[in-house]
Design a protein around this ligand. Structure first.
Ligand code: 2IT
Length: 447
């Protein structure tokens, strides 16, 4: 394959789908050399096939708000690739959701799910619905209207959505309630991120953040260092940032900054248990303001409006909020302030210029699809428990998650080691993830 030719064709076919084109380009550029060692891939046109989703559903979601007004949103499900297993990936509720965003997320999900070594294909979905400021009843009505359309296209042996930005345990509850009513059956494996007690797995809420810290722990050990005393800057205060803050603090690191759309909270003494618990209150309030942390704990947190977490001096930077949230100038600021490690936890959290800046300085950079794979891995474990009608204990799930993250880390090193010992984790994750899918597609024929 020639990346330039493939990208030119895709740009002509999907004009304006910026995030999708960005995600595809990064993967193709990093696998090109390896791919071209396999004439059988070229003969079966694996790349030309894998960049296009198997199918995309787009549907109208009409619901009634608390004032009695009729509202209409657009809902989507991208069923991207099922070579390794059922379509699997989250649902995102955010006003900026469109086909390009969900295609980029679905494409990334194929390789991430492959890295977990579980039988999971890739998919993604969501709606351009903004949960900010919505009441509980509005959220419930929206979820029910969304599932009225989606339910026929999902199922435990077909496609199993989960949460993502704007979709947490509460939304999954409403979505599952609607699903089981419409489908007239309790197929718990049709959605993951369910609450414990009706099919949910212990540790699923924590899994993305815990997994990310397990991965970062290995990056730090690789350099002969330890997480103890390391200063971490995080963006966001949702489920992912909360899980990462919890595990990082437990392992002796200090979370010195969290940020939101309104600005940054500096936490000079590090985040403590009370503040970690308060992150959940902030998330559930749907106010989307990090300033609430400083208002609640004025002696421990200092809010600055309009600044990002990347303005705070730290050893480890971990974007946990949204794609492209870290720009090249942010990376340069972090480098100037002496950052030693960067791990993307949000999908495609760093812009290409930011990644290039870290790599040029030989700063270890962990890509989202490897660092955040603990979330979907634990969703895979949830499906296993559902299928076997069993509940593993929290330590059992945590041990399996930890092992999966260690295995992913090892694969990234195996495929990402470059001359002079620098580990290109981006390349490692893309090659390791791609190879498994490509081999499965070859074995399953031209279809
Ligand atoms: O980006 C992700 O991996 C997720 N939102 C979780 C997907 C899942 O199926 O648990």
């Amino acid at each position: 394959m020639k990346v330039k030719t493939i990208m030119a064709n895709l740009e002509a076919k999907h004009p304006g789908e910026k995030e999708y084109l960005q995600a595809v380009k990064e993967v193709l550029e990093t696998i090109e050399k390896e791919y071209n060692k396999h004439p059988e891939f070229e003969a079966a046109k694996i790349v030309e096939r894998i960049v296009e989703p198997d199918r995309i559903f787009t549907f109208r979601v009409t619901w009634v708000d608390d004032k009695g007004e009729v509202q209409t949103n657009l809902g989507y499900r991208v069923q991207y690739n099922a070579a390794l297993g059922i379509y699997k990936g989250g649902l995102r509720f955010h006003p900026a959701v469109n086909v390009s965003m969900l295609k980029f997320l679905g494409f990334e999900q194929i390789f991430k799910n492959s890295l977990t070594n579980l039988p999971l294909g890739g998919g993604k979905g969501g709606a351009d619905f903004d949960p900010t400021g919505k009441s509980d009843a509005e959220i419930m009505r929206f979820c029910q209207a969304f599932m009225r359309e989606l339910w026929r296209n999902i199922g435990p042996d077909l496609d199993s959505p989960a949460g993502d930005v704007g979709v947490g345990g509460r939304e999954i509850g409403y979505l599952y309630g609607a699903y089981k009513t419409l489908a007239r059956e309790h197929s718990t494996g049709a959605l993951t991120g369910k609450s414990y007690g009706w099919g949910g797995s212990l540790i699923r809420p924590e899994a993305t953040g815990f997994g990310a810290i397990y991965y970062v722990d290995r990056m730090v050990q690789e350099k002969g260092e330890s997480l103890k005393g390391k200063k971490i800057a995080l963006s966001g205060f949702g489920n992912v940032a909360w899980g990462a803050a919890t595990k990082a603090t437990e392992l002796g690191a200090k979370v010195v900054a969290i940020s939101g759309p309104d600005g940054v909270c500096e936490l000079p003494k590090g985040i403590d248990k009370e503040m970690i618990d308060y992150m959940l209150v902030m998330r559930d309030s749907r106010r989307n303001k990090v300033k609430d942390m400083a208002d609640k704990f004025p002696a421990k947190a200092k809010f600055t409006a309009g600044k990002k977490a990347w303005s705070v001096k730290c050893d480890i930077a971990m974007p946990c909020a949204f794609q492209n949230e870290m720009a090249e100038e942010d990376a340069k600021q972090l480098i100037k302030n002496g950052v030693k490690y960067v791990a993307e936890v949000s999908n495609m959290g760093c812009q290409p210029g930011a990644i290039a800046a870290f790599q040029a300085k030989k700063i270890p950079f962990g890509p989202g699809k490897a660092v955040n794979a603990g979330g979907v891995a634990t969703s895979g474990l949830e499906i296993c428990q559902n299928a076997g009608h069993i509940n593993w204990t929290a330590p059992e799930v945590d041990a399996k998650l930890h092992k999966i993250m260690n295995d992913i880390y090892d694969m990234c090193v195996e495929h990402g080691k470059e001359a002079k010992g620098y580990i290109n984790y981006v390349k490692g994750a893309n090659i390791a993830g791609f190879m498994r899918v490509a081999k499965a597609m070859l074995a399953q024929g031209i279809i």
